[in-house]
Every structure is written in structure tokens, then in C-alpha cells.
Design a protein around this ligand. Structure first.
Ligand SMILES: NC(=O)c1ccc[n+]([C@@H]2O[C@H](COP(=O)([O-])OP(=O)(O)OC[C@H]3O[C@@H](n4cnc5c(N)ncnc54)[C@H](OP(=O)(O)O)[C@@H]3O)[C@@H](O)[C@H]2O)c1
Length: 275
């Protein structure tokens, strides 16, 4: 809760101030995959907008707790929760846990922003894709997001936003990304339907589609391969690959009132790669 202070302009003496304390519920975001990479920067950038954050990790709890500390240093409340999107049957328990955390930390059942960011990468040529790999990508990058979002809709405040993280690879084809990019394409279509069907509840939905960013993603494919990094940099008019803070600031902007009329959009944040 935050205290709001108002000046009484009707008073004859302007030094007289009427201070009215009232409760204003701080907005709350849930960022999946907030322990590292893009999600970490999204979580801290959102906190810089005065929003509290619940963030998730799958394995790297210490990194998630470090993000929590950085958000607390900014002056916002944060908690780290374990989530494994590949374990579809665990999603109901996760939703229950989020409800408990909301109640214990914010005395509310609701939150405002759902950022579906968590995910993994793999470079596998189409002809070598197994059903097992397909199912793993389906669960993490599409089915899990579809149903997690459905389960959270009753707890999203009116005025809330869903932000789904896609990829530049839905616009341009990158060999070895057939499964990954297909799931991201599904998320983009899904987002349009979210915007259409949740508008009556005052909830908007957008896609942010990053280009290649130097993170741990896909076994740090960009960072650990200078040749690939050079090629990707040369495809960008700005002559470099992206950094996490190229993306987090855009996601944070979408959580502000300034972005309230952006809805149902795919916003590519790729430095103009392959234009
Ligand atoms: N980096 C890029 O070039 C790029 C480009 C376009 C789109 N994207 C998208 O951006 C998102 C974040 O990527 P990133 O670059 O930040 O990757 P990253 O640095 O590898 O971080 C991945 C994050 O997702 C979590 N995670 C991984 N698998 C998970 C699972 N099965 N269930 C729940 N959480 C899981 C990780 O948790 P732990 O830390 O506990 O492992 C971590 O927080 C992904 O959706 C990715 O597809 C990335």
C-alpha cells in the first residue's frame, strides 16, 4: 500500500495543506523466468516503474533471490517462486501458490501484469526434431502459457495487461528453429485472441518479439560463438546483437499507463534485423 497526499487548493492560505491518507494498492506483476536474462531485466525495469514483482525460476534459485534483492533495493516488494512450465500437471499448484503469496504479501487475491517470458532454446534441424523435443517445446512455449494464462485471468485486475514474449524468428526463418519458432507463432496468434476476448474485462494483451539477444539462452549460443555473433550483428542496421536491457524497458513501458491504448499488437524489438 502507498499513502497519497493531496494539497487543498481551495484554502485561502496556500501553506495550509490538507493531507488525506488513503490506501492505493501498488500494482503487481508476475514475470515468469525472472531469474536470468531477459526476464531479470524485465522484472527490475518493471520495479523501476513503481510496480511490485513476483518472479519465477526453474532451477537457479540463488539468481532469482539476487533479482529479488535488486528489486528491493529499487524500493519495491518482490518474491521468487519456483515454476517448471515443462511439468504441465504442476501448473494448478503453482496458481494456488501464487494466490497464497498474493494474500500473504499484498493482502489481495489479484495482480495486474502477467509477463509470459520463461523459455528455452535449441537449434535442431527440422528433419532431426523428435516427438519428445516437440512436446517439450509445446509445453513450455505454448500449451503451458495458454493454460497458465487461462487459470490466471480470474485474478487479473481490470486495467491489467498480458505480455507474451515471442521472437523475431516468427518473421524471418532461422535454420534449426522450426519447433521453437512455430510455438512462438502460436503465441502470437493466441495473443490476438486474448486481446479480443478479454477486452470486456478491461484486460489488454500484447506480444514483445525480441531479436537475437546475448543471454544464457540456447546454451549461450550467441555469447559462446563469436562467429555467429558477428553474422547476427552484421544483419542488424545498428551493427550489434541485443542486450537484455533493450527488451526489459519495452516490457516495463507496456505495464505503464502511457501504453494503455496499445493492445493486440506484436512489437518487435530487434534493432531492425532483417528489415
Ligand atoms: N535470448 C534471445 O536471443 C531471445 C530472442 C527472442 C526471444 N527470446 C525469448 O525470451 C525469453 C527469455 O529468454 P532468455 O534469453 O532470457 O533466456 P535465459 O537467459 O536462458 O533465461 C531463461 C529463463 O527462463 C527460465 N526457464 C527456462 N526453462 C523453464 C521452464 N521449463 N519452466 C519455467 N522456467 C523456465 C529460466 O529459469 P532458471 O534460471 O531457473 O533456469 C530463466 O529464468 C524466452 O521465452 C525466449 O524464447 C530470447
Amino acid at each position: 500500500m502507498q499513502a497519497a497526499t493531496f494539497s487543498c487548493l481551495a484554502c485561502s492560505n496556500f501553506t495550509t495543506k490538507l493531507k488525506i491518507s488513503m490506501s492505493v494498492q501498488t500494482k503487481i506483476a508476475l514475470v515468469t523466468g525472472g531469474s536470468r536474462g531477459l526476464g531479470k531485466d524485465m522484472a527490475t525495469s518493471i520495479a523501476k516503474k513503481g510496480i511490485d514483482v513476483m518472479l519465477t525460476y526453474k532451477t537457479f534459485e540463488a539468481e532469482a533471490q539476487q533479482t529479488v534483492k535488486e528489486i528491493e533495493a529499487i524500493g519495491q516488494k518482490a518474491v521468487a517462486l519456483k515454476l517448471d512450465m515443462s511439468d504441465f500437471n504442476s501448473l494448478d499448484n503453482f496458481v494456488t501458490h501464487v494466490k497464497e503469496i498474493l494474500h500473504a504479501n499484498w493482502n489481495t487475491n489479484n495482480f495486474d501484469f502477467l509477463v509470459n517470458n520463461a523459455g528455452m532454446g535449441a537449434t535442431v534441424p527440422f528433419e532431426k526434431v523428435t516427438e519428445e523435443l516437440f512436446t517439450d517445446f509445446l509445453n513450455v512455449h505454448f500449451k503451458g502459457i495458454f493454460f497458465l494464462t487461462q487459470k490466471f485471468v480470474p485474478y487479473l485486475n481490470s486495467g491489467g495487461r498480458i505480455i507474451n514474449i515471442s521472437s523475431g524468428t516468427t518473421r524471418f526463418a532461422n535454420p534449426g528453429y522450426a519447433v521453437y519458432a512455430s510455438m512462438k507463432g502460436a503465441i502470437e496468434t493466441f495473443t490476438k485472441y486474448l486481446a479480443k476476448e478479454l477486452g470486456t474485462k478491461g484486460i489488454g494483451a500484447n506480444v514483445v518479439a525480441p531479436g537475437p539477444i546475448e543471454t544464457d539462452f540456447n546454451n549461450a549460443a550467441i555469447r559462446s560463438n563469436p562467429q555467429m555473433k558477428g553474422i547476427l550483428s552484421s544483419l542488424s542496421p545498428l551493427g550489434r546483437v541485443g542486450a537484455a536491457d533493450d527488451i526489459g524497458s519495452v516490457v516495463a513501458f507496456l505495464c505503464t499507463d502511457d501504453a494503455k491504448w496499445i493492445n493486440g499488437q506484436r512489437i518487435e524489438v530487434s534493432g531492425g534485423i532483417n528489415v
